[in-house]
Design a protein around this ligand. Structure first.
Ligand code: FES
Ligand code: FES
Length: 161
């Protein structure tokens, strides 16, 4: 069965016809061509697919596109003001070498921003490590990711975002 969906993605209204079983991540990647959101597993474990739905981080492989109908979705593509001006959390990952292959990075950044906001910018190493339990990285050993998120939290606070 095909159903129509409409939502705001990164500030733009988008719509499409999808199979009822289409996952949000499939809609983003395959219908909209926004491939910044990654698929790393089939089991809701890796967190590579995290986006924000109405401001809250969500694994986009765990919800259907039709469940996001009418929502505001933000993906990694929607964070930077411009190619020259990254979101403070993206910049912090770059500065602190928070990535190697980069496959997990979109999900890490999206989860990190929500985590920081939920804690009103006051994150500690323990909070960050605990908060990242749903995001897997095969490359970095997490040390620089944690460092990036702590730096990103400060930069977000300073920038008021
Ligand atoms: S692709 Fe969604 S959690 Fe792995
Ligand atoms: S940087 Fe390679 S999986 Fe995380």
């Amino acid at each position: 069965m095909t159903m129509s969906v409409a939502m705001t993605v990164n500030g733009k209204t988008v719509s499409g016809n999808v199979e009822a079983r289409t996952l949000l991540v499939q809609f983003l990647r395959e219908t909209l061509g926004m491939t910044g959101t990654h698929v790393g597993c089939d089991t809701s474990q890796c967190g590579a697919c995290v986006v924000h739905v109405d401001g809250v981080s969500v694994k986009s492989c765990t919800i259907l596109a039709v469940q996001a109908d009418g929502s505001k979705v933000t993906t990694i593509e929607g964070l930077a003001e411009s190619p020259e001006k990254l979101h403070p959390m993206q910049e912090a990952f770059r500065e602190n070498h928070g990535l190697q292959c980069g496959f997990c990075t979109p999900g890490m950044v999206m989860s990190a921003i929500d985590l920081v906001k939920r804690h009103n910018y006051a994150v500690t190493e323990e909070i960050v490590r605990h908060g990242l339990e749903g995001n897997l990285c095969r490359c970095t050993g997490y040390h620089n990711i944690v460092k990036s998120i702590l730096a990103g939290a400060q930069a977000m606070k300073a920038a008021g975002v």
